[in-house]
Structures are given as structure tokens and as C-alpha cells.
Design a protein around this ligand. Structure first.
Ligand SMILES: NC(=O)c1ccc[n+]([C@@H]2O[C@H](COP(=O)([O-])OP(=O)(O)OC[C@H]3O[C@@H](n4cnc5c(N)ncnc54)[C@H](O)[C@@H]3O)[C@@H](O)[C@H]2O)c1
Length: 457
């Protein structure tokens, strides 16, 4: 139906949500959809507040308030991580398809639940990893799936994205937090937020279906912190995969230099490289000497919204959904696997502060020697602790490497949910879980924390 125009509600209109406002208004102007409302408790602080009020778009402080007065076909969520699952559940409850920002959630178990509920309601939940919706990346993945590259061997990626204090203080103060005040897991970090795309991408391209990512078997981790946050701001992770391949993820917010994403994915019959700075696109060199340029994975960053608009009008089996909640689970599960790894506080003697911003009043905390060490890790395909040069000795001395951490257990299973939530404060999301689990399993949900042990009598 060519004239189908889904009604869209957007939750979160500041920060990254501004890109959604721009995209949905553009798509509205092009007759592809209609923005019917936005939700944000701090809407007035958004740079898009004025244009939204000028255009008469209703603004609400909570999704519940919006859904009391309106309906929508698609709900886009660009709110902080701790709201991803409760708002997705709420939107599904009110009959919406969902596009929820990455990462999936602070709790990887949510992927199984969201996917199962969406399926049952004939809805979809897209996880907003833009590279997983990019034509370039999907063309590469199709060639990998078709066997053009043979078996994966070594994948590695590096992102050096300095972030000053204003980044960690932004929004409602959730940056770098492990849990929200009500106990909802966030696990915000360089690996679970800004650079999450590049960790996810290594698992995504190795998925055995276009809409699946490969689940690591184990992960090695080195975590560092130099900012006043709960979680880490630099890391080296090495995921080991069932195929025998490994994937090295190197990322930091604590270097003076900004070095945009680079990756090298080595396969049996060819190597794929990408360097954002070089603007050459994703290039594959096959072992017979032929090359293929897949294009720029940054070419269309809001493609995810148009995937949703298209799919909302299609029958369940016709929908093209390359990145759903389930696709995002291996990334989220990797983050859970490293949740208890000791984070090393970098000693003052190895740090310096650079004042950033036009007024030079935004301190950036830098780890001395980290840039060179991380670049060496990338070149040699190794962890920081495996470097052997004198220059990195001071950094190596402070590391607490963790090796062969297993992926945490806990697929979609009613008992696992109840056990997990039993010792946590009551959340609205929890009540929704209970209700939705009851619907899913066809049984009334067990009461939290009230499960009786069977006696032998
Ligand atoms: N895909 C990407 O490239 C990309 C880039 C940046 C951020 N993100 C993701 O977008 C999400 C938001 O990140 P951010 O950096 O913009 O955060 P932010 O804190 O800067 O902004 C979040 C926005 O959500 C609003 N908000 C806060 N609490 C809310 C609530 N309870 N209900 C509705 N809105 C609420 C805030 O007022 C703000 O407008 C995160 O999931 C993040 O990982 C994605």
C-alpha cells in the first residue's frame, strides 16, 4: 500500500534523539510517516523543542501520558539505556512496533523476552545499530554468509574517542553508571555506548543469519578508568568464538588524540579493512588478488527508521529486519560477561588533564602512553598485557587482566527471570515482565520472591 503513513511517537528528543527528530520530520515532510507526538521529561532543554512546538507536535513527559491520548504504529526510543526495556514493553503493550536505540539494555536477558513478546504480538523490535542497517555492511555480511570469504580467523577493531567531563555529566546523569537508582542495570561504558557499534559489528558480521550475531564462547578483558564514573572508560576485550575465530575490541575515551574507527577482519580467503578517516569505504581483498569496495557504512545513519517504516506495512514473513532485539543479545551478553572484572583506576602519575571546548573549561582526562599502547595492540592483534615493549611497561604494571570469562547463562526462561528479579527493587518494568510472562507462558506469573522451596515431606 503506497500511501501507508505510519504514525510515529518518539521518546527522547535531546542528545542523540535530535537526529531522530530531524529524520522523522524529514520523513513526515516526504509523506513517509507522521510524527504524532514526542515524550521527554526535559523536552524544553532539547535543541528541537522550538521546531516541535512550531509544528504543533504534542509533547508529553511520560510515554503513559502519550498513550492515554494517542495511538501510534511505531515507537522510536532514544532515551537512556535504563528505559530501553520498560519503554519497549510499554510500546508493545500499546500496539506499536519499536525502534529502540543501542545498546539493547543493561540486561541481556531482555533480548529474549522482547523478541518473544514482539513475535507474539506480530510486532518487531529493531535495535538501532546503524551499521547493521547500512547497505555497505549488509552487502559485506551477505558475502560472508554466502561463503565468499571462508572461515573467519582474526577480527579487530579500534576506536579512540576522547570524551571530556561534559560528556560524562550530560543528560540526567546516567553516563558511566552501572545501575540506575531503582536497580535497573545500565552498565554504561565505552563498550556499551559510544563504541558499542564496533564491538557489536564484529559479532554481527559473523552471525549465521542476516539478523543474528555470533555469540562469543568466552572473553578476555582489561578495563581501565580515569574519569569519575562507576564503570570503565578504556578497554581491550578479546572475544573467542565457536568457529575458532577471535575478535579484539580496543576502545577508549581517554586519549588526547581522536582516532576514528578502524577495523581489519581476516578470513580464510580474504581480508576486509575499513578506516573511517580514509573515506575509502569497506574494502575486501580476496586471496586471488581481486578486491571489492562495499561502500561507506556511515552513508545513511538513520536507515533504521526507514526499515521500520517499510516493515510496519508488511506481513510478518515479508519484513526485512536485519537487527532486532535478538541480534543485539551477543553484544549485551559480552557486556554482562565482563561486568565483574576489576576496573583499574589509573594512578595520577600516569594521567594528565587537557582543557577542551571553546572556553577551555571542559577537562579531558588522558592516560599517558595509552594511545601508543592501544595502537600497538591493534597492530599486533594483542591485549595490553601481551605487549612487550618498554614504552608500555608502566601501563602493563597496573593491569588486572581477566581471561576466558564464560558468557553468563540465562536464556529466556521464566525461572531465571524470577530469580534475577527476586532480589531487586520493584520496577514498573518488572510488573510488565510479570504480566507479559504470564501472557507468554499462558500461566499466571509467580509472585516475586515468594517461590517456596519444595520440601521432601
Ligand atoms: N546510535 C548512535 O549512534 C547513538 C549515539 C548516541 C547515543 N545513542 C543512544 O541514544 C540513547 C540516548 O543517549 P544520549 O547520549 O542521547 O543521552 P542523553 O542523556 O544525552 O539524552 C537523552 C534524552 O532522553 C531524555 N530522557 C531522559 N530520561 C527520559 C525518560 N525517562 N523518558 C524519556 N526521555 C528521557 C533526556 O531528557 C534527553 O533528551 C542511549 O541509548 C544511547 O546509547 C545512540
Amino acid at each position: 500500500m503506497d500511501d501507508y503513513m505510519p504514525a510515529i511517537v518518539l521518546i527522547g528528543i535531546g542528545g542523540y534523539g535530535t537526529l531522530y527528530v530531524d529524520e522523522i520530520l524529514r520523513d513526515t515532510d516526504n509523506g513517509l510517516c507522521a510524527l504524532v507526538g514526542v515524550v521527554d521529561p526535559a523536552a524544553k532543554a532539547s535543541p528541537r523543542y522550538e521546531i516541535l512546538t512550531e509544528r504543533g507536535i504534542p509533547i508529553y513527559e511520560t510515554p503513559e501520558a502519550f498513550f492515554e491520548e494517542h495511538t501510534a504504529d511505531i515507537c522510536c526510543i532514544a532515551a537512556p539505556i535504563q528505559f530501553h526495556t520498560p519503554y519497549t514493553l510499554l510500546a508493545l503493550k500499546y500496539g506499536c512496533h519499536v525502534v529502540c536505540e543501542k545498546p539493547l539494555s543493561g540486561d541481556f536477558r531482555d533480548g529474549y523476552l522482547l523478541d518473544a513478546i514482539a513475535d507474539r504480538e506480530y510486532k518487531f523490535v529493531i535495535s538501532g545499530y546503524q551499521w547493521s542497517h547500512s547497505a555497505a555492511m549488509l552487502a559485506l555480511k551477505r558475502d560472508i554468509l554466502d561463503g565468499r570469504f571462508g572461515k573467519p580467523k582474526h577480527l579487530k577493531t579500534r576506536v579512540l574517542w576522547p570524551r571530556a567531563q561534559s560528556y560524562f555529566r550530560r543528560g540526567s546523569g546516567w553516563a558511566g553508571k552501572r545501575y540506575a537508582a531503582d536497580g535497573t542495570p545500565i552498565f554504561d561504558s565505552v563498550a556499551n555506548n559510544a563504541a558499542a557499534h564496533y564491538l557489536h559489528n564484529m559479532l554481527f558480521v559473523l552471525g549465521d543469519r542476516i539478523d543474528r550475531a555470533a555469540m562469543p564462547v568466552s572473553v578476555d578483558a582489561e578495563l581501565l578508568r580515569v574519569n569519575p564514573i562507576e564503570n570503565f572508560d578504556s578497554c581491550v576485550l578479546r572475544m573467542k568464538l565457536e568457529s575458532g575465530a577471535d575478535a579484539l575490541f580496543i576502545a577508549t575515551h581517554s586519549t588526547r588524540e581522536n582516532i576514528n574507527p578502524v577495523f581489519t577482519y581476516e578470513f580464510e580467503h580474504g581480508t576486509v579493512t575499513y578506516a573511517q578517516e580514509e573515506k575509502t569505504g569497506i574494502i575486501a581483498v580476496f586471496d586471488d588478488g581481486t578486491t571489492k569496495n562495499y561502500g561507506d557504512p556511515f552513508a545513511d545513519q538513520m536507515n533504521k527508521v526507514r526499515y521500520a517504516i517499510r516493515a510496519a506495512d508488511q506481513d510478518v514473513y515479508d519484513r526485512e529486519l536485519p537487527c532486532t532485539a535478538m541480534t543485539a543479545v551477543p553484544h549485551a551478553r559480552t557486556i554482562a560477561a565482563i561486568a565483574d572484572v576489576p576496573i583499574v583506576d589509573v594512578p595520577e602519575s600516569l594521567t594528565e588533564t587537557v582543557m577542551m571546548g571553546a572556553e577551555k573549561n571542559d577537562p579531558l582526562r588522558v592516560v599517558v602512553g595509552l594511545k601508543d599502547a592501544l595502537c600497538a595492540c591493534y597492530e599486533r592483534g594483542c591485549m595490553l598485557s601481551e605487549l612487550d615493549d618498554d614504552d608500555s611497561a608502566a601501563l602493563r604494571d597496573i593491569l588486572v587482566p581477566a581471561k576466558d570469562l564464560p558468557m553468563p547463562a540465562g536464556d529466556m526462561d521464566e525461572d531465571a527471570y524470577h530469580a534475577f528479579y527476586a532480589d531487586r527493587p520493584i520496577l514498573d518494568a518488572d510488573r510488565l515482565y510479570q504480566a507479559k510472562l504470564a501472557q507468554l507462558t499462558g500461566k499466571p506469573a509467580k509472585k516475586r520472591g515468594s517461590r517456596k522451596k519444595k520440601t521432601t515431606e
